[in-house]
Design a protein around this ligand. Structure first.
Ligand SMILES: C[S@@+](CC[C@H](N)C(=O)[O-])C[C@H]1O[C@@H](n2cnc3c(N)ncnc32)[C@H](O)[C@@H]1O
Length: 263
């Protein structure tokens, strides 16, 4: 892959490392080296990324079948197989999706995100999710989504990128306040709860690089993000267990996932 203008291929980058774990092609040697170092130190990390992506697809399909037609997808990532709009519009061609990411690399792939069925619509905005007012008032968001009708707020593998100083719970609340009852929160999050202590320590030491820095959180902390929402069955569970059999049943679980319905 040739580096797009303004992008340094020699500095490993979070979105491209994640893309590599997913089996994507939008990554460079420096990203692959860092990604492989983590895989060598901590088994199951690549499978966890894939399980997370599979959860995203299952949740979108589930909600579309329940009649949800609008998705606000925060922390889009480099487009991969089964992007939110592809899954939603395969079920319901009139589904509308807005993607939000602050990484210029995602912008270089925006064309892949801006495909849509004629009946539906997809939009992409480059913005920092830590500024909910800017996102919610953005003209593209207002033109694409109708906030008098249910919206699925997608926070899939994004809050682990938000430090405690940036008040992730306050952020969820700020977005949730603008959504009507019957809307949904789809959330997955890095955790060290479900692995042995020794494995957790190895993870922390293998992910000191800037491109890998995340904040793992406990089930209790993650459950708090669902305040004002009723968790739908099966509740907050290991990411691979939500509404299906695990893709990699023997692999360690590094993420929690859940879907809540706004009261
Ligand atoms: C691990 S990827 C998740 C991608 C996708 N949601 C998924 O689950 O497959 C996290 C994404 O969040 C984006 N991100 C991190 N912090 C952000 C912020 N403050 N504002 C907007 N996007 C952010 C990163 O650029 C990255 O693309």
């Amino acid at each position: 892959m040739t580096a797009p203008h303004g992008i340094n291929p020699n500095i490993p980058h979070s979105a491209r490392v994640y893309d590599y774990w997913l089996g994507g092609k939008d990554n460079f040697e420096a990203d692959r080296q860092v990604a492989e170092q983590v895989i060598a130190a901590v088994p199951g990390v690549r499978e966890s990324a894939r399980n997370n992506r599979a959860f995203l697809g299952r949740a979108v399909r589930h909600l579309t079948r329940l009649g949800v037609r609008q998705f606000l997808d925060l922390g889009t990532g480099i487009p991969s197989q089964g992007n939110t709009h592809e899954v939603a519009q395969a079920e319901a061609p009139d589904a509308r999706v807005v993607y939000v990411d602050n990484d210029p690399i995602v912008m270089t792939h925006a064309r892949a995100l801006l495909t849509s069925t004629p009946e539906g619509r997809t939009a992409y905005i480059e913005a920092d999710v830590r500024d909910p007012q800017l996102v919610l008032d953005h003209p593209e968001v207002r033109e694409t989504l109708d906030f008098t009708r249910p919206v699925a707020l997608m926070m899939v593998a994004i809050l682990m990128h938000i430090s405690d100083d940036d008040d992730p719970a306050g952020l969820v609340k700020a977005y949730a306040q603008s959504l009507p009852g019957g809307s949904y929160l789809v959330l997955s999050h890095l955790t060290l709860d479900l692995v042995a202590e020794e494995m957790a320590e190895r993870y922390l030491s293998a992910t000191r690089h800037q491109a890998l820095r995340r904040t793992p959180r406990s089930a209790e902390q993650i459950a708090r993000y669902f305040e004002g929402f009723d968790l739908v069955e099966p509740g907050l569970v290991g990411v691979s267990e939500w509404h299906d059999a695990p893709l990699f049943p023997d692999s360690a679980t590094w993420m929690y996932a859940g879907v809540g319905r706004k009261r």
